[in-house]
Design a protein around this ligand. Structure first.
Ligand code: TRP
Length: 332
């Protein structure tokens, strides 16, 4: 049976939070567990990509890589079903990146919106480097080296995918039809609000991390903002104005949601009780993940073995592609 290739990765910068879990990782797991077994999934940690902005201070990349791997598996990625690997352990990515850099016009890279945006955002770093400009070229190599068809990513990655498609077309046109054009696979998922109601994000300091202890999670939810109009227990409120309610929308049942919305409007339920329900539901959701995390944190050998085996599996496919590429480019 022909299974369609799926590939996605996450950059090894910082810790994973609930927004990443609900928004991206769960989707990867669903694709892996597709009922008809339709997809052959490749998921990886992009540790080289972390260097594009973090080259001057690479301490932490290794730790982030480990933490991401732990979270991949704790969230349900299964090394027996998916190929789970680390970018830098598959050197073929670097070779393809080099070859693609030969055919990628500078103008295409300079026009990628994230290029200027990130430079603006990270003004304290010198990002006028070759590696940073080439971020999307490396990303293209990551994808097409597996001749992947589907790339499940968030909407923010779509400009990168657009240029990946252009580079792919250019390669196929100049040399030989080696690669299918990769397509973004955007899935609808609820936007996960952070503790302050803005989008959950590391940079807003409003996130619940997968590595947070249950005590920390409880503390974070307890101190969350609610509808500012409800100062006293007897004040009525509007649940829609409370970030707590927006988290309920993700973790709580329909009945609970109705009860809370009504209770808020009539002052039938207090903010503390409302938060207690949320804490209970987040705990229920997270408990299996916390369990699995604990196992893996305490067993670094197992993690190492998973990463090695996955990277070896990935290398086999990557090397097959590179043979075709070298030949197509007259290098065989
Ligand atoms: N750019 C992605 C991120 O910000 C990481 C990434 C690197 C990626 N290579 C990829 C995603 C290839 C999908 C496909 O997390």
């Amino acid at each position: 049976m022909h299974r369609e290739r799926v590939l996605s990765g996450m950059q090894a910068t910082g810790k994973l939070h609930l927004g990443n879990l609900v928004g991206a990782l769960k989707n990867w797991v669903d694709l892996q567990n597709n009922r008809q077994n339709k997809y052959d999934c490749f998921y990886f940690v992009a540790d080289w990509h972390a260097l594009t902005t973090g080259y001057s201070n690479p301490i932490g990349i290794k730790e982030s890589t480990q933490d991401l791997l732990i979270n991949f598996i704790a969230a349900g990625l299964d090394p027996d079903k998916s190929t789970i690997f680390i970018q830098s352990q598959v050197p073929q990515h670097a070779e393809l990146h080099l070859l693609l850099s030969m055919i990628t016009p500078l103008g295409w890279l300079e026009r990628v919106p994230t290029y200027k945006e990130k430079q603006e955002q990270l003004k304290d770093r010198d990002l006028s480097t070759y590696g940073f400009l080439g971020y999307p070229v490396l990303q293209t190599a990551d994808i097409i080296i597996y001749r992947a068809k589907h790339v499940p990513v968030g909407i923010d990655q779509f400009p990168h995918l657009e240029i990946s498609r252009e580079i792919t077309r250019r390669f196929n046109y100049l040399y030989k039809e080696v690669f299918p054009e990769p397509e973004g696979l955007l899935t609808e998922f609820p936007k996960v609000p952070g503790l302050d109601g803005r989008k959950m994000s590391k940079s807003y300091d409003n996130a619940i991390y997968l590595s947070d202890s249950p005590e920390t999670v409880e503390q974070k939810i307890r101190t969350m903002m609610t509808d500012p109009a409800r100062k006293r227990r007897t004040d009525t409120g509007d649940s829609e104005l409370s970030p707590v309610y927006h988290l309920h929308k993700i973790f709580s049942s329909k009945e609970e949601l109705d009860e809370i919305a009504h209770g808020c409007k009539t002052a039938g339920i207090g903010c503390i009780d409302c938060k207690k329900i949320l804490i209970k539901n987040v705990f229920n959701y997270m408990e299996p993940i916390w369990e699995k995390r604990k196992e893996l944190v305490n067993n670094p050998e197992l993690l190492f073995e998973i990463a090695c085996k996955g990277s070896e599996k990935a290398q086999i496919v990557a090397e097959e592609t590179m043979k075709l590429v070298r030949e197509a480019m007259g290098l065989g």
